[in-house]
Design a protein around this ligand. Structure first.
Ligand code: HEC
Ligand code: HEC
Ligand code: HEC
Ligand code: HEC
Ligand code: HEC
Length: 206
């Protein structure tokens, strides 16, 4: 019993003197660790905030930059005819800043938008596609690619405002910036699964 207590005392004493030793003699290495930690934290912060809207995007996104020079793509039309830059469309600053934490030029580069989107509102902002619904409709009056099995045709630009069932359809469903446009008829098939532009006739809403 006494032996154990003595042992305890010795251990406690050892730890205490150890601490004391650390406090006095060990002052220098302790301070260094703190410096290290601070440097590490600063590095971390630098990584966190490297992205800014006025930086050159093409050094990393070379593939996307190339699309602004390919006359067959809408990104090029926007760049040459509307002087659009990357951030004209990619305008969610906070989300993009977060997406780029730890991002490097060696990638992996994104193949689709995951954390951000280009809103219909951004496309339709003042000075861009800020036309009325009628003007939009007029742009695609001549398009006859949307025909259902009964021969009912639809103007693609009318679909977004057609009925409540279409409220989530956006410009990006049919138009692509950095690749060829999508087949607009495929947008319809996902819901109009029988190729008919109607619902609730064969069955009630599921
Ligand atoms: C240092 C290289 C680098 C620079 C500079 C850079 N990016 Fe990126 N960017 C990346 C990488 C890598 C990713 C993929 C990140 C991930 O998915 O984790 C990315 C992702 C993105 C995405 C996809 C967002 C999403 O929704 O998933 C967009 C949009 C984007 N960058 C736009 C820009 C714009 C605009 C600029 C210029 C203002 C820019 N980037 C500058 C490397 C860079
Ligand atoms: C259901 C599919 C669909 C949707 C949704 C859609 N479009 Fe279109 N749009 C088309 C088709 C098809 C054309 C005609 C072919 C082409 O020019 O790409 C067209 C043409 C255009 C044109 C004329 C292009 C030219 O060369 O004259 C503009 C501008 C346009 N769309 C902008 C928009 C914007 C902005 C939105 C969102 C507010 C939108 N579109 C939503 C299918 C769609
Ligand atoms: C006129 C609007 C517009 C401009 C300008 C634009 N983008 Fe995009 N970007 C989009 C849209 C819309 C998408 C969604 C996919 C698509 O439509 O091709 C997208 C997708 C992306 C993606 C995700 C990967 C992918 O292929 O979907 C990245 C990264 C990106 N853009 C970076 C850039 C960079 C960098 C620039 C400038 C060199 C730029 N974008 C210019 C509208 C634009
Ligand atoms: C997200 C599902 C969805 C998509 C995608 C969709 N529709 Fe529909 N559509 C509906 C629903 C639901 C109705 C039934 C009316 C309602 O509730 O809006 C409908 C009804 C219609 C009608 C009849 C409208 C009326 O006045 O009764 C037409 C025409 C139509 N859709 C055309 C299209 C075309 C063309 C496309 C593709 C560009 C399309 N829809 C894509 C869900 C969709
Ligand atoms: C021409 C008749 C017809 C029209 C019009 C039609 N459906 Fe259907 N739908 C069917 C049939 C038949 C089935 C069952 C067989 C199958 O899955 O294809 C079905 C199945 C479904 C199912 C699966 C139901 C389940 O319980 O698994 C959903 C969801 C659905 N339809 C939604 C829609 C929507 C939304 C529309 C309008 C955009 C629509 N349907 C228009 C005939 C139709």
């Amino acid at each position: 019993m006494k032996k154990i207590n003595t042992l305890k005392a010795i251990i406690t004493g050892a730890v205490c003197s150890g601490l004391l030793c650390f406090a006095v003699v060990g002052c220098a290495p302790e301070a260094k660790t703190q410096e290290d930690a601070q440097a590490e934290k600063q590095e971390e912060q630098a990584v966190e905030s490297f992205w800014s809207i006025d930086m050159e995007c093409g050094t990393c996104h070379a593939d996307k930059k190339a699309t602004t020079e390919d006359a067959s793509l809408t990104a090029c039309t926007h760049a040459t005819q509307a002087q659009a830059t990357c951030i004209t469309c990619h305008d969610d600053e906070a989300a993009l800043s977060e997406v780029h934490v730890g991002a490097t030029a060696s990638g992996p580069m994104p193949v689709k938008l995951k954390a951000t989107t280009v809103e219909k509102e951004t496309c339709q902002s003042a000075g861009c596609h800020d036309q009325s619904a009628e003007e939009f409709s007029a742009l695609t009056l001549h398009i006859d690619t949307l025909v259902d099995v009964d021969g009912t045709t639809a103007n693609p630009h009318d679909v977004m405002t057609l009925t409540a069932g279409h409220k989530d359809i956006t410009c990006l469903d049919c138009h692509s910036e950095h690749a060829q446009d999508y087949d607009e008829a495929m947008v319809c098939v996902s819901c109009h699964h029988m190729g008919k532009y109607e619902c609730n006739t064969c069955h009630e809403a599921a």
